[in-house]
Design a protein around this ligand. Structure first.
Ligand code: DGJ
Length: 740
């Protein structure tokens, strides 16, 4: 998948080509990223080389190189101050000196296969090839390896950087982004980001790309609720099925920056990496610093194709593949919105009996199970069960759950500490925060210093005890406050810069993940951060699924889901059916609406089962039985958006051979007598197949593709065969399977 000709490198698979070159000054320059080109033709290279350096009014790179300037090049890893004035990818300083870096090509090597290594999240796969280019700044004694990985199945290129100090003086790295993609002629393009807030995560946000810099970022120590590292650049008139799209993401969970800079010639510089603000990494002689990986995606045919690529990449090359076995992904019952802190063993066991009867598979005790934890102000960092709530012990409780043939899950918030716990009295220096007299506090708690290995060891030992005691199957790993006054006493004592805190902290989080997963590989860890405050590829490397939002209202999840799936697979989206009226919005919805939206992704329940009618219990049983039979389709089927606007959401999942599909149709408001009939074209089906709709009507694939399926939500006063005319906020699922 890697070819070198002359000064050009060509990375390709059946879908894409990525071409870059060694520029005449020895730097790396980009040439092309897009649909696969057959090969690097000699005459194309000559043609490319012939017409260059036409930019007027620029400073030239060197007096010996004629008109050559970096300003008009597509650069692989732009440096500032050597004839380019755009946003740089790297900033290194030595004492009071600023380095104007000048990395020259030295050599390259190619490596096959990429192993999954739990030390730090990266992409992996047997079908990978990695090209590493070695560059050297000889005057400043810095070596830079630029790594490019391509897999044979996805339209994605993965990039990362390793920097080595080969000199004799310590230097400080103030910025070292993971990857850049430069594209010419982008005057009509839009930037799509996933933005929001707590309870409103990852809503699609579209803005035109204007000249200058547009970024989204985080300084919260986590990727955050407000922005996501995933960004997408599309032509204005791109549709669900047409138009070129470029997208980028970062395999990382800490402070990030993602953005685009458009220059005076409509050239777009797309970049992702660790946020350089409040970042400084000391690099002593012989030390190296490696960035997280950036991933760049390409889609030739609009948004649905892009989602094919992002979901394939994340399922195959980020999440541990073993979780694709859906028997390992239980239907969860969670105690949080069911009983919050108000429970004891008896209440839990009563609920568990009902949970079992309805067909759910894993009983999760959320927050509130440990000593003194009757509200959210206490006891974090003291992971001992509450004897008042479990008078017979947690071990005996876990045995009772397992005896019912249910799995057991427990909530932890490993990175946090409450002010009143012994641990903090014994080790005040384990708190992450400056020793100022005032410290910010969030949800009544502080953050532990995960850059200190001793802290991780202590928390791991506490969690391990509980895992062994309960023979635990599932962990919900929560994280409910962000980092402020980032300062580590441990780094201070070890003479490291405080600018390293954020990155070392998140590396510590990954270390704890590694410890748990290495010792207990069968435990499923669901990621969570006060809802969706850390929905990123770093967490997905360890956790196959993430709690996407504390907003569990199905109609709110429509926006959250349709945003999230641009960059992340449905299999990662944890979807719980909760009560009506909903606890966050007070909105009432039918159970069928909650189900018909909730069955896409990893299904779970989080509501008081005692309050359900017999009819509702029957509906739950039926849905669970359908879900179990179709779990693979509902988690790993191809997700297709059919239409989206604020009032109508139509989407579908279809399996690989197009023999099974489920179409979801949501209507916010019933419009009486708006149209007697409407049809939804199901272009994703197989023209050559015959299908049966809801086990009732037989229709050809060709008809469904070209004419369409009758929309069941049409109110014209008469109940048609499968129309269910009820009320606003109606979601319906139509099941389609091949008829033989
Ligand atoms: C925030 C999570 O997102 C919720 O699901 C729940 O686990 C609470 N924390 C518990 O404190």
């Amino acid at each position: 998948m890697i070819e070198k000709k002359d000064n050009f490198f060509h990375l390709y698979n059946k879908k894409i080509s990525y071409i870059f070159e060694i520029l005449e000054n020895g730097h790396l320059g980009q040439v092309y990223f897009g649909k696969r080109v057959s090969k690097l033709w000699e005459y194309d290279i000559c043609y490319l080389k012939k017409y260059k350096n036409k930019a007027a009014g620029t400073v030239k790179y060197s007096k010996d190189m004629g008109n050559f300037t970096l300003a008009d090049q597509l650069q692989e890893y732009p440096v500032y101050g050597t004839s380019d004035f755009g946003m740089s990818a790297i900033d290194v300083r030595c004492e009071s000196e600023i380095y104007y870096l000048d990395f020259q090509y030295q050599d390259y090597k190619v490596k096959r296969y990429k192993k999954r290594n739990l030390d730090f999240p990266t992409s992996y796969g047997n079908n990978a090839e990695t090209l590493s280019i070695e560059l050297l700044d000889v005057e400043r004694n810095l070596k830079l390896w630029q790594n490019f990985t391509i897999f044979d199945d996805t339209a994605a290129i993965v990039k990362s950087i390793k920097l080595e100090n080969v000199g004799e003086k310590k230097v400080n790295v103030n910025k070292c982004l993971s990857g850049v993609l430069e594209l010419r002629n982008m005057p009509n393009h839009e930037l799509v980001t996933l933005d929001g807030a707590w309870l409103r995560e990852r809503h699609i946000n579209i803005r035109p790309i204007k000249h200058g810099l547009t970024t989204v970022s985080s300084l919260k120590g986590a990727s955050g609720h407000q922005h996501n590292p995933f960004i997408m650049i599309k032509e204005k008139d791109t549709t669900l099925e047409t138009g070129e799209i470029y997208a980028a993401n970062l395999i990382y969970s800490g402070n990030f920056i993602s953005g685009v800079e458009m220059d005076e010639w409509d050239k777009a510089r797309i970049f992702v990496g660790i946020n350089p603000e409040y970042f400084e990494w000391g690099l002593s002689p012989k030390e190296t610093f490696s960035t997280p990986e950036a991933v760049f995606f390409y889609s030739e045919n609009g948004i649905n194709s892009l989602m094919d690529e992002t979901s394939l990449f994340v399922n195959e090359h980020v999440i541990d593949k073993k979780w694709q076995d859906v028997t390992k992904r239980p239907i969860v019952f969670n105690s949080w919105e069911t009983m919050y802190f108000d429970f004891d063993e008896k209440k839990l066991l009563d609920a568990a009996k009902e949970v079992k009867k309805l067909g759910m598979e894993c009983f999760v005790i959320d927050d509130g199970w440990f000593e003194n934890r009757n509200d959210d102000r206490n006891s974090l960092g003291n992971w001992k069960y509450d004897i008042n709530k479990f008078p017979n012990g947690l071990k005996s409780f876990s045995k009772k759950i397992h005896d019912m043939n249910l799995k057991l899950g427990i909530w932890f918030e490993p990175e946090m500490v409450s002010p009143n716990v012994e641990l903090l009295k014994k080790h005040p220096e384990w708190l992450l925060g400056h020793p100022y007299s005032r410290k910010a506090i969030g949800r009544g708690q502080y953050v532990l210093d995960f850059s200190n290995p001793m802290v991780i060891e202590e928390i791991y030992n506490q969690i391990k005890k509980i895992i062994i005691m309960t023979n635990l199957d599932y962990i919900k790993w929560d994280m409910n406050r962000n980092i402020t006054e980032a300062y580590s006493a441990y780094l201070h004592d070890n003479d490291r810069s405080q600018g390293e805190v954020f990155h070392r902290y998140i590396c510590g989080v990954y270390t704890l993940y590694k410890k748990i997963i290495s010792d207990f590989p069968d435990i499923l860890i669901e990621g969570c951060a006060g809802g969706g405050g850390r929905y990123d590829l770093g967490i997905l490397f360890y956790s196959p699924q993430i709690w996407p939002s504390d907003n569990s209202d199905a109609t709110e999840r429509l926006d959250i889901l349709t945003g999230t799936v641009l960059g992340y697979p449905l299999s990662s989206f944890s979807s719980h059916i909760t009560a009506s009226p909903n606890h966050q919005t007070n909105r009432r919805t039918m159970l069928s609406t909650r189900h018909n939206i909730g069955i896409f992704g990893a299904l779970g329940y989080e509501l008081d089962l005692n309050k359900l009618s017999t009819q509702e219990k029957k509906e739950i049983k039926d849905v669970i039985s359908f879900y179990k039979k179709n779990q693979e389709l509902m988690m790993y089927g191809r997700f297709i958006k059919l239409t989206t606007n604020d009032d109508v959401y139509n989407w579908a999942v279809v399996n690989k051979d197009k023999s099974e599909a489920v179409v979801m149709i949501f209507n916010r408001k019933i419009k009486p007598n708006s149209t007697p009939k409407s049809y939804l074209k199901l272009h994703f089906l197989d023209e050559g197949k015959k299908y049966i709709i809801n086990d009732t009507d037989i229709v050809s694939g060709e008809f469904l593709k070209k004419y369409g399926m009758e929309n069941p939500i049409v109110f014209n006063g008469i109940n048609q065969q499968y129309s269910v005319v009820t009320e606003d906020l109606q979601a319906i699922c139509v099941k389609i399977r091949e008829y033989k």
